[in-house]
Ligand binder design. Structure first.
Ligand SMILES: [Zn+2]
Length: 536
């Protein structure tokens, strides 16, 4: 269409899934590679309208209608092109750009950049198999890469001295492509003595490089900076290779590092990709969700991995649909997938992926571990956090399902404990005379302790006006006496509760089993506290 920036329609096609756009108005069911529904353009009772997510097209075998998200929106809503684009931009959360024809100079400029990247890639690949690249070849083979794999991923070697700057000296695009920089003595290669991984765009064209250091120097990886054809935030490493596999496996796996992604791809998980650089972005997820909304994140088990997982959880929520299957796997023991594959093989990795936690459970887990949910203040913070996360879900039905699920969990785990206290009638035994006399002495000697423990002392049913024998008890010892008594009383209370619930369990109330388990946990915790207190 004249006057429209092709970039923007491409962006819409990249951001929006055809299954989602069509699925808003036509109920679809997945069968094999396609989704099927009853055609909205002709009258039918059995579905002959198919939608192919991967290709981004729909086709009706009944009436022959076919097209993409734009033609569907135009035809279904009876809109013109511009209105349809505006509607889709709304769905994608994108601002409409000013319409401008795509400048042929820009197209030419980009083609030149693609061209020099391709040439550089061939030169690096060639260099790997020369004496200059012998150490790089040895390294990559030691990491478990066969020659076929080297060829497939087009792995290469950037030598210590200038290769690109000399070989393509006549090119005007060496700096703009990020391959070279200008120094005091002219152009020099940006990548030197590096193992080179080309970075491909979604169409499989080389747009940039990731260079791994071979002499142990840091950083381990350097990437081409952003150029007119390469945007780090919008590029998913390995996606061009993984696309078909993602479709077949009906999911993608996201790992943290690029070598991890390649090693996963060649060891039984061809649906694996990695974000470029370290941080996962919304753009990465949007790009992946276009192929498939079932995503298993696989993070390293260390603190950094946990942090990254929580971040990823926050990013993916707006992309959830009721058919999405999003999970979180953790590689334990501070290892990464490459090491797991080396030490435990595919089976060990498969177990990690199979054990992945569904998003609904993971979000619940982080809510419970990030806030002190045993206190009212902590629960209120946790509520706010959950609400903020759930508010990101765009599908109202799905959001309401999440809310229902979490309300049930909150009731069962946050509030039930309090409820069961009420349901059991507890009468603690009276305080014995020695304890009573000790407390009367303390109360009359240390008024500051009365103030501090007035709530507890009030529950004991003692008349503190009496006269008590004088004891040799310091303030510190007196306080310890009160605190350990408080703990003992609490433990007595728990034991009574436990007896009550045990009776209920024997009477056939199975729900009591869970209560007993909780009480046992509590008893253990407070017994330990008491032991520590008495021992000091
Ligand atoms: Zn039709």
């Amino acid at each position: 269409m004249a006057g429209l920036d092709r970039n923007f329609t491409d962006e819409l096609r990249a951001r929006l899934s055809v299954v989602d756009v069509v699925g808003r108005v036509v109920p679809l069911t997945r069968k094999g590679q396609n989704y099927w529904g009853c055609c909205p353009f002709h009258n039918e009772k059995t579905p002959s309208f198919s939608v192919n997510e991967e290709k981004g097209f729909y086709h009706c075998f009944g009436c022959g209608e076919h097209g993409d998200i734009i033609s569907f929106t135009m035809k279904h809503n009876n809109m013109d092109f511009r209105a349809a684009i505006t509607e889709l931009a709304n769905q994608a959360g994108l601002k409409m750009p000013d319409y401008k024809p795509r400048d042929p100079n820009i197209v030419r400029h980009e083609d030149n950049l693609f061209d020099i990247c391709e040439k550089a890639s061939l030169s690096y690949a060639e260099k790997l198999f020369t004496p200059d690249g012998a150490h790089a070849l040895e390294y990559v083979r030691k990491r478990g890469f066969s020659d076929d794999m080297i060829k497939k991923y087009r792995i290469g070697y950037a030598p210590k001295n200038n290769l690109i700057a000399n070989k393509f000296a006549e090119s005007k695009y060496l700096i703009q492509s990020g391959l070279c920089r200008r120094g005091e003595y002219g152009l020099y290669d940006f990548f030197r003595d590096k193992l080179m991984f080309p970075i491909f765009n979604a169409n499989g064209r080389v747009v940039a490089f990731s260079g791994r250091s071979l002499d142990g120097s840091e950083p381990k990886y350097i990437n081409t900076g952003d150029t007119d054809i390469f945007h780090k935030r919008k590029t998913v490493f390995g996606l061009n290779f993984a696309r078909d596999a993602i479709h077949r496996a009906n999911r993608s796996i996201i790992v943290e590092g690029q070598i991890d992604a390649i090693k996963m791809q060649i060891n039984g998980f061809p649906e694996t990709v990695a974000p470029l650089g370290t941080a996962l972005t919304e753009d990465h997820i949007a790009l992946l969700c276009k192929s498939n909304r079932n995503i298993t994140f696989c993070f390293d088990g260390d603190a950094a991995g946990q942090k990254a997982a929580q971040r990823a959880c926050g990013i993916i929520i707006p992309f959830l649909r009721d058919t999405s299957d999003v999970k979180f796997a953790f590689v334990s023991g501070g290892k990464d997938p490459d090491e797991i594959l080396k030490s435990g093989g595919i089976d060990a990795m498969k177990k990690i992926i199979d054990d992945a936690i569904p998003l609904v459970d993971y979000l619940w887990q982080i809510t419970n571990s990030n806030f002190l949910i045993t206190t009212p203040g902590g629960r209120s913070q946790a509520e706010k956090f959950l609400k903020k996360e759930l508010d990101k879900i765009t599908d109202p039905d799905l959001k309401s399902e999440f809310e229902k699920e979490y309300n049930a969990r909150k009731f069962n785990t946050w509030h039930k404990w309090k409820k069961s206290n009420i349901s059991v009638n507890i009468k603690l035994p009276d305080i014995d005379t020695i304890t009573k006399n000790t407390l009367i002495y303390i109360v009359n000697t240390y008024p500051e302790l009365v103030e501090k423990y007035v709530d507890f002392l009030g529950t004991l049913g003692i008349d503190f006006d009496g006269i008590a024998p004088v004891l040799n008890l310091s303030l510190e010892a007196a306080e310890k006496y009160i605190v350990s008594l408080k703990l003992q009383r609490y433990l007595e209370r728990l034991n009574i509760q436990k007896r009550e619930f045990t009776n209920q369990l024997l009477a056939g109330n199975d729900a009591a089993r869970e209560e007993i388990a909780k009480i046992d946990e509590e008893i253990q915790k407070y017994t330990e506290k008491l032991e520590i207190l008495i021992s000091i």
